[in-house]
Every structure is written in structure tokens, then in C-alpha cells.
Design a protein around this ligand. Structure first.
Ligand SMILES: Cc1ncc(COP(=O)(O)O)c(C=O)c1O
Length: 427
């Protein structure tokens, strides 16, 4: 159906929760999207950081197609093919065990059950991470927050307050907007769930003061290693370290919301590994299944084990289809060394962006890149529209901030094409 017809129908029948660009994509391959008129665009947004292997990746398409033909869904009352392997692979990746993860991904790829069993068995003393499968980033965070509260109640300090950072973003459910310390997102929905308190990012003194005041009432600090929706603002290593240390001193946990930063985008499997500060729980979504809705709450075994049947659940989470997609995506990323690639190509991208006259500051890590543009250039949303007209999909997070979350298959030639178009548009 054409864009014009789709616009008429959507304006009549689809809730107007997003301002949409005047384009309808109907196909895609690799870094390229194709609209209803057959025009091609280079995609530097990847469905908001989701399509990490680009569009129509053969391994992911095959896995989803074959699984859909065989069995799409059965519910969590049953065991599900490949789910244990995917969770074991996440555990290896969370430990930064590249060799172990590759051995497991190889075995999964080959469908060699004996090799999977051998590669997934934890070594003596190895930290095991367990996964709860959800459907989205907000749901992954709901799982992480419920787990932190339950751990405090059954094992820990009995606290229930979660410290979150101003400017953060954790989702659109009531609980996750309560955790999202941005007034414009909260104000229409009050009263919000209680049990949250705000701290300024990278302000270690304020964080310490909050713990001095509330102490054991706090069950967790939840943070994004790099705040994405607020314009790609990284936390300092010092702040992450203090957050972990002060939380642990009070019997509280550190939750990393890696919904946007995770799954190889940062130059490591997870951004906490770039900053060198390990959380107790992390939330994943976006890239985890390459476009099939999926999320995950991942926790160290000793914390995860407080969840018992009935404490948490989901009809769809960890469905056959999502697991098949996640297995294909995570194996491909692990075996293809996409972490190194994101680091290298991301560094090139940041350097090229920084060389533009109209660019004031470049921030980010790996292939999660943001930049502020000079105020006299105009509104960043107009830049996004002008870039779309040039055949490039990018995103603005504020009036002067552009954000780029390309597929991790992005190469330096793609970046060169983007930079020459951006140079024209910014001029
Ligand atoms: C850091 C972070 N957490 C949570 C979410 C919410 O994810 P979802 O839209 O899948 O619920 C997002 C979405 O952009 C995000 O960037």
C-alpha cells in the first residue's frame, strides 16, 4: 500500500503516540531500507538500535522462517528448544569470556548437542548469570526492578527504594516512567508508583548523600552506562565504581539498563565491560533478537535464584520464535567479532563527525554515537528531515542533538557517505 493510503488509514485507526516521518519502508537489505516508491535509504538508526545485523540478514531470516514453520509459541509452561543455550551464551558474554562464548556459539551453530553441553558447563568458580526472557526493554527493566526488590526482601537489606539518574530513560510502563527521572515524561501520569529517588549523573557526592540519608531503604541503583534517549551521555568510570561500591556497602544492588548499550554496540558485548564495573543485574532488549521483540533480565545466579514460580512471568517472553532469532543473532555477533568491529568503526565515525564545522561535541562509545550541532544551524529535527530527503535515516534526541545507532554491519564507506550528506545539510 502506498504512503498516502497508509497515512489516511493510520491517522484514522492508529493511536498518535509518535511523530512520524513521511515515509513508509517496505523492504530492506543490509544497511539499506527501501520505501514504497522503491527509493533506497542508508539506515543509521536500525529501528532505534534494534536491527543490529541490518535488514534481512540471511542467518536471522532463516532461523525465524524455519522456526515459524515449525512452532511459533507454546508458553512458559514448557521447555523451549535453544532457550537454555541462549541463556548460557549470555552468561559467557556477561563474564567477558570471549573464548568460552565462541566455543558455545560454534557448537550452537553446528547443532552439536554434545559440544553445546560441554561448552555451556560452568568451569569451577565461574560466575553463572541467569536470564528471565521478556519482550521489550521496559519489561526487562520491570523484571530487574522486581528482582532487586524481592532479593532485598528475602535475602538482602529489606529496602525497596531504587535510585535512578536524572535524564535517564527506562521505558513507558508506569513503573519504568517512575524510574525515568524526566518531568515531561512523568507529569501527565501522576500519581506514579513510589519507591524511586533521583540522583544527578556523575555526581558522586549526591549519590553518597542519598545513601547517607536513606541507607538500607535503598535496594538498588539503576543506571544506563550511557544515557541514550537523553542524547548519548556516558557515565564516568568513577561514578559507576562509586555506585557499585556504595550500593554494596549498604546491601543494595547495581542494575545496569543495557537495553540500548548492550549486545555488542559499545565495542564489548555489554557497555559495563567498557567501563570496567560489573552490575549485579542487567536489562537487555533492542538488538538481542535482531528485530523480533525480545528482552531479558539477566542476573547473577545467587540473586536470580530468589525468583520462584509465581513471582514473575510473561505469556510471550522467551517464545520459540524470539529464542530462535536471539540464538541466530547472538551466535553471529559472537563468531563475527562484532564487538571489535563496533569499536573500530565507531572510533572512525566519531572522528569524522568531530571534523565537521557545525558539530560542537561528539559523545558515545562504539556504534552508539551522538553529537551536538551549533545552535545557528537550526533544529536537529529539521536536520533529520533534510537527511531523510537525502536518503539517510538518522535521529534527533533534542533540538540540537543528533543520535546515530546504525546496524553493527556498518562500514567506513557507509560513514563516508553519511558524512558527505551531513556536510551538505549542515551547511
Ligand atoms: C535504556 C533504555 N531502557 C529501556 C528502554 C525501553 O525499551 P522498550 O521501548 O523496548 O520498552 C529503552 C528504549 O529506548 C532504552 O533506551
Amino acid at each position: 500500500m502506498s504512503l498516502a493510503a497508509q497515512q489516511t488509514l493510520e491517522s484514522s485507526y492508529v493511536m498518535h503516540t509518535f511523530g512520524r516521518s513521511e515515509v513508509e519502508f517496505v523492504g530492506g537489505h543490509g544497511m539499506t531500507l527501501v520505501d514504497d516508491a522503491g527509493r533506497e535509504y542508508l539506515d543509521f538508526l536500525a529501528g532505534i538500535g534494534v536491527c543490529c545485523l541490518g535488514h534481512g540478514h540471511p542467518a536471522v531470516s532463516r532461523a525465524v522462517r524455519e522456526q515459524a514453520d515449525r512452532l511459533a509459541h507454546v508458553s512458559n509452561y514448557f521447555y523451549i528448544e535453544h532457550r537454555g543455550e541462549v541463556a548460557a551464551l549470555i552468561s559467557k558474554l556477561a563474564n567477558g569470556d570471549v573464548e568460552g562464548a565462541r566455543a558455545l556459539a560454534h557448537a550452537m551453530d553446528a547443532g552439536d548437542e554434545e559440544a553445546v553441553r560441554a561448552a555451556s558447563a560452568p568451569a569451577e568458580g565461574e560466575q553463572v548469570w541467569k536470564t528471565f526472557f521478556a519482550n521489550s526493554g521496559a519489561e526487562a527493566n520491570e523484571g530487574s526492578m522486581k528482582l532487586a526488590r524481592l532479593y532485598a526482601k528475602r535475602v538482602g537489606n529489606g529496602g525497596n527504594t531504587i535510585v535512578c539518574l536524572r535524564g535517564g530513560f527506562h521505558g513507558r510502563t508506569l513503573e519504568t516512567i517512575a524510574a525515568t527521572m524526566q518531568d515531561w515524561l512523568q507529569e501527565s501520569f501522576r500519581p506514579l508508583p513510589v519507591g524511586f529517588t533521583a540522583c544527578t549523573p556523575n555526581d558522586v557526592d549526591e549519590l553518597r548523600a542519598i545513601f547517607d540519608a536513606l541507607g538500607d531503604e535503598i535496594c538498588a541503583v539503576m543506571l544506563e552506562p550511557i544515557q541514550g534517549e537523553s542524547g548519548v551521555h556516558p557515565l564516568t568510570r568513577e561514578f559507576m565504581e562509586v555506585a557499585r561500591d556504595v550500593a554494596h556497602e549498604h546491601g543494595a544492588l547495581l542494575i545496569a539498563d543495557e537495553v540500548q548499550t548492550g549486545i555488542f554496540r559499545s565495542g564489548k558485548p555489554f557497555a559495563f565491560q567498557v567501563l570496567g564495573v560489573e552490575p549485579d543485574i542487567m536489562s537487555l532488549a533492542k538488538g538481542i533478537a535482531g528485530g523480533v521483540p525480545a528482552g531479558a533480565c539477566v542476573a547473577k545466579k545467587e540473586i536470580a535464584d530468589v525468583f520462584r514460580p509465581g513471582d514473575h512471568g510473561s505469556t510471550f517472553g522467551g517464545s520459540c520464535l524470539a529464542v530462535a532469532a536471539a540464538a541466530a543473532v547472538l551466535c553471529e555477533l559472537t563468531l563475527g567479532a562484532y564487538d571489535d568491529r563496533a569499536a573500530e568503526v565507531g572510533a572512525y565515525f566519531a572522528e569524522r563527525l568531530g571534523s565537521l564545522d557545525a558539530v560542537r561535541e561528539v559523545r558515545g562509545i562504539g556504534l552508539m554515537v551522538g553529537c551536538d550541532i551549533a545552535e545557528d544551524v537550526g533544529d536537529a529535527h529539521d536536520v533529520v528531515a533534510a537527511m531523510l530527503a537525502e536518503g539517510f535515516v538518522i535521529n534527533a534526541t533534542g533540538p540540537h542533538t543528533l543520535r546515530f545507532l546504525p546496524p553493527l554491519i556498518c562500514g567506513t564507506a557507509d560513514i563516508d557517505r553519511l558524512i558527505s550528506a551531513l556536510t551538505r545539510v549542515l551547511a
